[in-house]
Design a protein around this ligand. Structure first.
Ligand SMILES: C[S@@+](CC[C@H](N)C(=O)[O-])C[C@H]1O[C@@H](n2cnc3c(N)ncnc32)[C@H](O)[C@@H]1O
Length: 209
């Protein structure tokens, strides 16, 4: 069982703390996230999620947006202590509903959330640990799986704020479908920076059959 990787320690440590400090959920950022999630949630109309789990939530930009759009109970996994404290302090997630740890070892039971998702997190997991991480997210999702990440046609590592081996892009949607035959694609889209202010994010929504 791998509970520590160079990538995870990077996020648990000073880099993750500084990221959390500068990741203020500004009004513009929140507006853009709310619009993105309104679009994604609209696709779950046949069974709106009553519980939503974000893996790698940081201080909860997504969960704060979801709080405005859905009465669902919010759950979070986040390895950075400081970010977890902010999630609880700001009432984004109840203290009992937050876990430390990594996507590869999620301390929640099978099917705990109707919707489980990542946003800007799979890109920070070393490719060797992706299969176990997807397996855990899939295990925790009762019905819907969301994925909001940077897309690249071919797997590639790109330097991240001057660091090597900390950001890996690929076709994450394809990886999800190729890894789990029980998934069907419900919808996908692109949040173009010029229009949305979001960082050219590709999103996918899957449903377990
Ligand atoms: C770029 S931030 C994205 C935060 C948030 N999801 C968002 O969209 O604003 C990446 C977050 O994932 C967390 N993280 C990094 N590696 C992780 C892993 N293996 N499992 C779970 N979370 C991880 C980091 O601590 C950080 O809070």
């Amino acid at each position: 069982m791998t509970t520590s990787t160079p990538q995870a320690e990077f996020w648990r440590g000073e880099f993750g703390d500084a990221y959390t400090d500068r990741n203020a959920a500004s009004a513009e950022q929140m507006q853009a996230r709310i619009a993105l999630w309104a679009d994604i949630l609209a696709r779950t109309i046949s069974g709106p999620p009553k519980t939503i789990l974000e893996i790698g939530a940081n201080l909860g930009v997504n969960l704060r947006a979801l709080r405005q759009l859905s009465p669902a109970r919010r759950l979070a996994v986040e390895p950075n202590d400081k970010a977890r404290a902010v999630l609880v302090r700001d009432g984004v997630v109840a203290a009992d509903d937050v876990r430390g740890g990594l996507a590869s070892h999620i301390d929640f039971p099978d099917g705990v959330a109707d919707l489980a998702f990542t946003s800007g997190v799979l890109i920070h997991i070393h490719p060797d640990h992706l299969p176990q991480s997807l397996k855990e997210i899939h295990r925790c999702a009762n019905r819907w799986i969301g994925c909001i990440e940077y897309f690249s046609d071919k797997p590639e590592m790109i330097p991240y704020r001057g660091h090597e081996d900390r950001l890996f892009k690929r076709d994450f949607g394809g990886l999800w479908l190729d890894s789990f035959p029980d998934l069907r694609i419900v919808a996908y889209g692109f949040a173009w920076k010029r229009v949305t202010g979001l960082d050219n994010l590709t999103w996918w929504l899957f449903e377990k059959r």
